[in-house]
Design a protein around this ligand. Structure first.
Ligand code: 0X9
Ligand code: ZN
Ligand code: ZN
Length: 417
């Protein structure tokens, strides 16, 4: 087995991820049963290029928990041999990633313009933010909260009927570049808001009484990069001094137990925490906006994928937040609402216990700023397609997620004072 690992290591030098061709690449799911098997996964990851999908880093691999990872085409046979030989239970989640990625674009919507049932490029999303605001001046306004590392404006939509002293809910999408279903949900949410205002009583009440700040893509540079260069990119696109590796994990970059656990200090890793809290222009812009609006923002929702989870603080510690009971019962009820439409099952709970301890996340940071209702959604699916979720699932995913978001928003509204 160790000989095999060595051989894999020697052959891995030519492997790289930047060419955007995923032909023959496989996604494996393994469940290491003990520390020894975890160790084998660890050495595998240090010998060849392994892209961890769930959890996001080899450092988060634990016994008895599922691990999904992607390997290059020319390594997949060797990896399979190694898993067999070491007796690690595994399944091949995706046999040919390129085929799965091509199959993403199965939407029946034919237009080449912006569509709520398709994955839209940043260019289309940016134009859409202008259009939806222009078409709904009484409900939607657009502002810019900062610019990205590569100089793109970070558009924020404020959605709600204007009124005095309104409280607000902040929701963002697109922290992690490859989680394409996430920006699709932010767009869907704004569409539903403008289309059902005045028709749906809950939505009407929500928009009359609250504002929603919707940031459709946080990590715009990364999102653009997933369209142009590497579909599996996760981080920002900032340069790291002294390293050839690019990018920081924006959800390890907040000042909440920063860099202490579940985050990497190596710029080459996909969970790199950055050189300092808020080192990224994108996270700094987001944090500044929230801090400037702390007196009005009563809830923070951040949308990721995949795993079908509804998480709340803490992730930087196993300690429970003081509002644990309340947050847990909200998560339970919201998950129930979500499941009521298509029977999609969510797990919920504090992040550290429910997925893994990981510091520097925006949810924990927002909570510690005093925003009690702070939740992270991990949308569909549970690994069948993972990040390559087909466009035909955008509508059902967004519909069910909307039910959970409306539930939480309505709860917040009823508990404002
Ligand atoms: O690890 C993350 O950032 C999130 N999962 S993902 O697969 N989308 O990357 C979970 C975030 C949970 N919250 C914190 N770790 N603070
Ligand atoms: Zn390559
Ligand atoms: Zn994510």
């Amino acid at each position: 087995m160790w000989v095999l690992l060595f051989l894999i290591g020697a052959a891995a030098v030519s492997a790289h991820l930047e060419d955007g061709a995923f032909d023959g690449q496989k996604v494996f799911r393994v469940i290491p049963q003990n520390d020894e098997q975890v160790e084998i996964i660890n050495s595998l990851a240090s010998n060849i290029q392994v892209d961890f999908w769930q959890p996001d880093s080899v450092t988060l691999v634990r016994p008895k928990t599922e691990v999904d990872f992607r390997v290059e085409a020319d390594m997949s046979l060797e990896v399979e041999d190694l898993l067999k030989e070491s007796g690690i239970e595994y399944t091949v989640l995706i046999d040919n990633l390129q085929a799965a990625l091509d199959a993403q674009f199965d939407s029946k919507a034919r237009s080449t313009s912006h569509s709520y049932e398709k994955y839209n490029s940043w260019e289309k999303i940016a134009a859409w933010t202008a259009d939806i605001a222009a078409q709904n001046p009484d409900l939607v306004s657009r502002s810019v909260i900062g610019e990205t590392y590569e100089g793109r404006p970070m558009y924020l939509l404020k959605v709600g009927k204007s009124g005095p002293n309104k409280k607000a809910i902040f929701m963002d999408c697109g922290f992690h570049a490859r989680e394409w279903i996430s920006p699709a949900f932010c767009q869907w949410f704004v569409k539903e808001a403008v289309e059902t205002y005045g028709k749906d009583t809950v939505m009407t009440t929500l928009l009359n009484s609250l504002d929603f700040y919707v940031l459709p893509v946080v990590n715009i540079d990364g999102y653009v990069y997933t369209w142009t260069n590497n579909r599996m990119w996760r981080k920002t696109r900032s340069k790291n001094p002294g390293s050839l590796c690019i990018g920081t994990d924006p959800n390890r970059n907040f000042n909440a137990g920063w860099s202490t656990v579940g985050a990497s200090k190596n710029p080459c890793d996909s969970t790199y925490c950055g050189s300092a809290p808020e080192s990224e222009k994108e996270t700094k812009a987001l944090a500044d906006f929230i801090q400037e609006h702390l007196s009005t923002i009563k809830a923070y929702l951040t949308i990721h994928s995949y795993s079908q989870l509804l998480l709340f603080p803490y992730s930087y510690t196993y300690e429970l937040p003081s509002d644990y009971e309340e947050l847990n019962s909200i998560a339970e009820a919201a998950s129930k609402q979500l499941a009521s439409l298509h029977n999609t099952k969510y797990n919920y709970g504090p992040g550290a216990k429910t997925i893994y301890p990981a510091a520097g996340g925006s949810d924990d940071w927002a909570y510690d700023q005093g925003i009690k209702y702070s939740f992270t959604f991990e949308l569909r699916d549970t690994g069948r397609y993972g990040f390559a979720l087909p466009e035909s699932q955008i509508k059902p995913t967004c519909e069910e997620t909307l039910l959970a978001v409306k539930y939480i928003a309505n709860y917040v509204l009823e508990h404002l004072y």
